[in-house]
Ligand binder design. Structure first.
Ligand code: MN
Length: 339
């Protein structure tokens, strides 16, 4: 069951803009995190201000539609999973908001050691710069999942269950997908056979749970699979899997050129599927300390040409942004051969 809305919101009314004092406070949250270290992390924030931040983030999510419309240029990031130092390094390399626009595809918490810092920084950026930072919901932004994979214990150990509950209030109102410049659709998991018309998403009632089946499950849980004809079952136990033909049909049906999703570790930080009709982005390098994967950020230029910046596990970065010469999503044809 989704948590009920709090009885008293300490956030501004829907049409009220964020006041000067609030902006100063949000900027101070961001600035304090620049001085973050594992040693001082418990001294940076009062629990009450983190809860306040959750309420404000929740209000911002609720004001925005379930399907965001974003104009390029934008940097797109995949899973972060509590790897806060890697997130800081990424912002340093790619220039933090509001200099550049960012879309995150979910899975901020669990697995890694500093989920609270990751989500605090991203919430603060999102509330302070709502036209520059956009956060989608991943399958880990859900109570049954983040209860099991680390976030609940991190909140309880470092603060309280009350703070954990405040984060859930925000998670349950997050948007589920985004469309960049009307041509590139982005989500955490994947596409859905049940998504016939993107306007269906306007009917999603928030706060909402992530069920095991249906459109919301597929958007947050689904995976591409070369061996699947159309759509099939998923070993994850929620959402489905989909093959290259399903990708082609989905893009054609919705008049789109490219699907960008996250949710799976890929060794180079990005990986194409179904020719260049879908790309997986993963932004947690050396994931969990158990993989040698690179992390990547996808930059969509104003002309919709896509390029990738790769982060290596040793935290040294490739000198140049890798330009994928053939990845002009607005020109991807249906005749592209599979990779
Ligand atoms: Mn995921």
């Amino acid at each position: 069951m989704p948590p009920p809305p709090p009885k008293v919101l300490t956030v501004p009314a829907k049409n009220e803009t964020v006041g000067h004092d609030v902006c100063k406070w949000l900027q101070s949250v961001i600035d304090r995190l620049k001085w973050w270290s594992p040693g001082n992390c418990q001294k940076l924030f009062l629990e009450t201000e983190l809860i306040e931040l959750c309420y404000r983030a929740r209000e911002q999510f609720w004001k925005s539609p379930v399907k965001l419309d974003i104009e390029a240029p934008v940097n797109i990031c995949g899973d972060i999973h509590g790897q806060f130092e890697d997130l800081l390094a990424m912002f340093e390399l790619m220039h933090p908001p509001p200099t550049n626009k960012y879309l995150f595809l979910g899975d901020y918490v669990d697995r890694g050691p500093f989920s609270i810092e990751v989500i605090t920084l991203l919430f603060a950026y999102q509330v302070l710069h709502p036209d520059k930072v956009f956060l989608l919901r991943g399958n880990h932004e859900s109570r049954p999942v983040n209860m099991q994979y680390g976030f609940f214990l991190e909140c309880r150990k470092r603060y309280s269950e009350r703070l954990y509950d405040a984060f859930q209030l925000a998670f349950y109102c997050m948007p589920l997908c985004a469309v960049i410049s009307k041509k590139i659709i982005c989500m955490h998991g994947g596409i859905s056979e049940d998504l016939i018309d993107l306007n269906q998403l306007e009917k999603v009632d928030r706060p909402c749970d992530i069920p095991d089946i249906g459109v919301i499950a597929d958007l947050t849980w689904a995976d591409p699979d070369d061996k699947v004809l159309g759509y099939g079952g998923s070993p994850r136990g929620a959402g489905r899997s989909f093959g290259p033909e399903a990708v082609r049909k989905f893009l054609h049906l919705h008049n789109l050129d490219l699907i960008v999703r996250a949710h799976q570790v890929v060794m180079d930080g990005f990986e194409f599927f179904a020719g260049q009709q879908l790309v997986t982005i993963f932004s947690a390098p050396a994931y969990c300390g158990q993989f040698d994967n690179a992390g990547a950020v996808l930059t969509v230029a104003p002309n919709l040409v896509c390029s990738f910046t790769i982060f290596r596990p040793d935290k040294s970065y490739e000198g140049n942004t890798k330009e994928q010469k053939n990845s002009k999503p607005h020109k991807v044809s249906e005749h592209n051969e599979k990779k």
